[in-house]
Design a protein around this ligand. Structure first.
Ligand SMILES: NC(=O)c1ccc[n+]([C@@H]2O[C@H](COP(=O)([O-])OP(=O)(O)OC[C@H]3O[C@@H](n4cnc5c(N)ncnc54)[C@H](O)[C@@H]3O)[C@@H](O)[C@H]2O)c1
Length: 433
């Protein structure tokens, strides 16, 4: 079992640290955010992630998981240091590496003996070399830097970490490889890809960019369906039966992808390509198509309630960028809310989990509803933006009675268009008739 330090206790750091503790390692998780660490020490979990709270509590109790703001000691005591800090986008789409660089500097200043530094943050190709150079500025001894990108999905992060499709380890050093093999010894080694650092870094970007491409592709097909009178769900079903396309494909039309990864990773890869004199035109289109898709609900809302949205009451179901998370970073709902508020609409929002994140960002510009059915009372239209499971089973008759007009825009194709019409709704979804 290894002594591991995790730098950063966000979605990735907290889940990684907790799961590694669950696997028996002794883990110290560090953050510069004192409030977060104080709360974690009191058992208050800063994010919503299924199963995480129980695991944190249990591993703290077993004395395998510790939380601290003491970066220097946490680095000194570890055999292996994971970097899991944020890599947010800069305004020009490039990746902000200040947090990664700051951690590298702390590591350089505090190591006194061989350690493995594992980069789990999503970082542009070449960052492994940059981290190595920074550490070398302060420390002349032996150490290894490994790229081990994370593929967990928010909403199922614990399960994804514990049952990964694959583990990618990029490093040329047999010593570091042996240590990483030990850390991941509980996992199916057939699904571990050992490669060089740069290839590992690129695997992460290429994977997210490919998935984003699938989403923008099917959304573009959905837009064609709307013009041509075809049904995107049938088109996707027909496509996915082709084994080369695959049944696990991301072919679900909707209001576009959001979250803290796809938008920034697509832009990050475009930027890396540009810096190397390559124009990654496909990805530029993917990004553009996604922005357009996030704006597409407005037209549908106006089709139902008229162009003038002043004082129209609009209920939004869902804020989180996808179900089972409280993360609203780059959520399509935020784009739609801004469009509606700019046009003078009164917006009511219901989200079963992401209300608190929403309040921090939106303040009282919208009203936050605490009951799904009540949220529709007196509204001109209800707009479904995130496909939370409770929306699928809502009593639609009651929704219809609550609404001023039986108008629904379904941005995630949750309901059946024929049934909605039968129930008397004016119903518009994505790429279906
Ligand atoms: N969120 C995801 O679903 C996901 C999935 C795979 C990969 N990733 C990648 O993982 C990385 C982390 O993402 P996240 O969503 O967990 O970010 P996050 O913003 O939720 O968390 C980052 C944490 O790092 C802390 N931090 C910043 N500087 C620090 C320092 N010097 N020392 C210690 N802690 C510090 C911050 O206070 C914050 O708590 C990013 O590169 C992201 O692209 C994220």
């Amino acid at each position: 079992m290894k002594k591991i330090t995790i730098m950063g206790t966000g979605y990735v750091g907290l889940v990684t640290g907790t799961c590694l503790a669950e696997l028996g390692h002794e883990v110290t998780a560090v953050d510069i955010d004192e409030l977060k660490i104080n709360n974690l020490n009191k058992g208050i979990i800063p994010i919503y992630e299924q199963g995480l709270e129980e695991l944190v509590k249990e591993n703290k109790k077993q004395k395998r998981l510790f939380f601290t703001t003491d970066i220097d000691s946490a680095i000194k005591q570890a055999e292996v240091i994971f970097i899991a800090v944020g890599t947010p986008p800069l305004p020009d789409g490039s990746v902000n590496l200040e947090y990664v660089k700051s951690v590298a500097e702390s590591i350089g200043k505090n190591i006194k003996e061989y350690k493995v530094v594992v980069d789990k943050s999503t970082v542009p190709v070449g960052t492994g070399d940059c981290v190595t150079d920074i550490i070398k500025k302060y420390y002349k001894g032996d150490f290894d830097v490994v790229s081990n990108p994370e593929f967990l999905r928010e909403g199922s992060a614990v399960s994804d970490f514990m049952h990964p499709d694959r583990i990618v380890i990029g490093n040329g050093s047999p010593r570091a490889e042996k240590i990483l093999r030990e850390i991941y010894s509980n996992f199916d080694t057939e699904n571990i890809v050992f490669t060089d650092i740069k290839s590992a870094e690129l695997i992460k970007y290429a994977s997210n960019a490919f998935l984003a491409t699938e989403i923008s592709f099917i959304n573009s097909i959905a837009n064609m369906c709307e013009k041509l009178g075809a049904d995107v769900e049938k088109v996707a079903q027909g496509m996915m039966l082709d084994k080369r396309i695959g049944t696990k494909a991301f072919l679900h039309a909707g209001v576009g992808y959001g979250g803290s990864c796809f938008p920034k990773d697509v832009k990050g890869l475009i930027q890396t390509a540009q810096e190397n004199g390559i124009r990654f035109g496909i990805l530029e289109e993917v990004d553009e198509a996604n922005n357009a898709q996030k704006h597409s609900l407005l037209v549908k809302i106006q089709k139902l309630v008229g162009q003038d949205l002043r004082d129209k009451k609009i209920t939004l179901w869902g804020l989180a960028f996808k179900p089972h998370t409280d993360d609203i970073r780059e959520a399509p709902a935020l784009v739609i809310i801004k469009q509606l508020l700019d046009r003078g609409a009164k917006v009511k929002v219901f989200d079963p989990i992401a209300q608190e994140s929403g309040k921090k960002l939106l303040g009282d510009s919208v009203s936050f509803e605490t009951d799904l059915l009540d949220s529709t009372k007196g509204s001109d239209v209800v707009v479904l933006v995130t496909e939370w499971p409770e929306f699928r089973t809502v009593d639609l008759d009651k929704v219809k009675k609550n609404l001023k007009q039986p108008n629904m825009v379904d941005g995630r194709n949750v309901f059946n268009p024929k049934e909605m019409k039968k129930l008397g709704f004016n119903y518009i979804s994505v790429g279906r008739y």
